[in-house]
Design a protein around this ligand. Sequence first.
Ligand code: ADP
Ligand code: MG
Length: 261
Amino acid sequence: MSTIEIRDVSVRIMHAEILIGVSLDVPSGEWLALIGPNGAGKTTILRAIAGLTPFDGTIRLDGADVARMTAKQRARTVAIVPQRPVLPPPMTVFEYVLLGRTPYIRYFDTETANDLAVARDALARLDIAPFADRQLGSLSGGEQQRVVLARALAQQAPILLLDEGTSALDIGSQQQVLELVEDMRLSDGFTVVSPMHDLTLAGQFAHTLALISRGRVIIVGGPDEVLTVEMIREHYGAEVRVMQDGEGLVVSPVRAARVRR
Ligand code: ADP
Ligand code: MG
């Protein structure tokens, strides 16, 4: 379990200010959804937490300053599932999941029996053990998502950064992946930070939502506070209805013709 403290983080690339004074806290074992329009800076926040982009300000993971951690320490603390993972087509599922053990294997050493067991366990947990010898290029989108999650699980890092990987999946596969992440959070105590496009799903899965727009945090709170018609109009330029359905909020687009009426 790990807490994340982001304090006054700014990222500038060339002359563009990509993040401006971002401060966020994620308590141990909780799920924070980052919402906001394309280009708002959500992925950049993940890259800063993972130590993959230089930034001003401070990020602490369980009290440890990310900027002072070695690459290996960071890899043992944070697993990142990128938006478009690089999956070498000829590599097998097992070989790929075993890459999650890299931060534990010493240079010039090979994996131990424990590394192999952890990788096999990750495959079993995500129900992809029968795919172990399949080549990555032969998998469907939903299967690939599970393989990438299995690699993150094998990494045994307490913080999981999951970037909008589910947006290209059909509604069933999307739901299954998010449920798997929720299972991993509950059973292993992962702290999850995930940019999410689907606002209804964000409200269903995350404890807290942070709306990011033009590099700034606009509002942080529960679904009721953040998923409002006004917020979504102002920052996405979208007309929606927000309905309560007993389980949570449903955010549904409204046709332009009806808006005008
Ligand atoms: P989001 O994930 O919210 O869609 P990103 O964090 O990917 O947004 O990007 C935020 C902004 O930063 C975008 O305008 C993007 O073009 C810009 N950006 C991100 N990475 C780079 C980079 N390496 N060089 C220049 N601009 C970048
Ligand atoms: Mg992004």
